[in-house]
Design a binder for this molecule. Sequence first.
Ligand SMILES: N[C@@H](CCC(=O)N[C@@H](CS)C(=O)NCC(=O)O)C(=O)O
Length: 319
Amino acid sequence: MGLLVEGRWQDKWYDTDKNGGKFKRQESQFRHTVSDNGPFRPESDRYHLFLSLACPWAHRALILRKLKGLEAHIDISIVSPDMLENGWEFSDYPGSTGDKLYGLDYMHQLYTKAKPDYTGRVTVPVLWDKARQTIVNNESSEIVRIFNSDFNTLTDNKLDFYPAELQPAIDKVNDWVYHRINNGVYKTGFATTQEAYEEAFGELFEGLDYVEQILAEQRYLVKGQLTEADWRLFTTLVRFDPVYVGHFKCNRQRIADYPNLSNYLRELYQHPGIAETVNLDQIKRHYYYSHTMINPTQVIPKGPELDWQRPHNRADKPI
Ligand SMILES: N[C@@H](CCC(=O)N[C@@H](CS)C(=O)NCC(=O)O)C(=O)O
């Protein structure tokens, strides 16, 4: 685990000391978009997605690629689940691919290929442009939107997970789901003081309790329509019982203990194409093996037993 400073790799863990033990996530730095009139045009086989199957942020992008029929147009490279002193690396771990474009050993080499003096964290996902040999975007919330709409002329896939009329409602939900839940599990797990842990823990479970209430009344997070807000929540929910409960000490209760959330999780998991984007082995391996300051033995728990293929009751909801 580390970061690049003026293009040189440094092995350093997150510094929580200056924030009273609190984990603060950095802003992503490559923020271009794909459009008909900019430098990054929507073209088949021009872009490549670098991702980790373990990472919830990368998982959103993988899901949208699948749902929007982009697999034939945008190929992927999957890093190793192990993120240790060299950060994300490429290997032949089962389910990973190696770097299909350049045969690099480490993800940080891709960042310096794009920007030789880059300073910052080396994160996934990365949307890469093969034509210009640079990073288009490394912010998953934006990659999700690029996939949702910017390749429609190529795919003719009109599914819309961010429809104009629902955007204000989706933005509102995303905002608190991000702070309390998606990033909330990290704030809880990476806290290095009791106070910071308890604050994040409280906000996380308030957030989950609130979602449980919403899902008692409607099928999805925004007005009974499946949107990006649901996929963004899904990637955290699917990691919750196998990893966050134990590894990140998010243990007031499991998703399995929430009737609505657990049915909702199963519905999303059973959505066509989604189960194959979930690699539980890599998910568990990444967190338990890479975060050595939380789990120095690197022992990976065997459980829990999960059955997300069981029937769900979500079709009964009025909206
Ligand atoms: N805001 C970014 C965050 C991505 C992110 O933090 N990914 C994690 C993996 S789950 C990562 O690559 N961490 C490496 C690091 O922070 O050095 C996004 O959503 O794309």
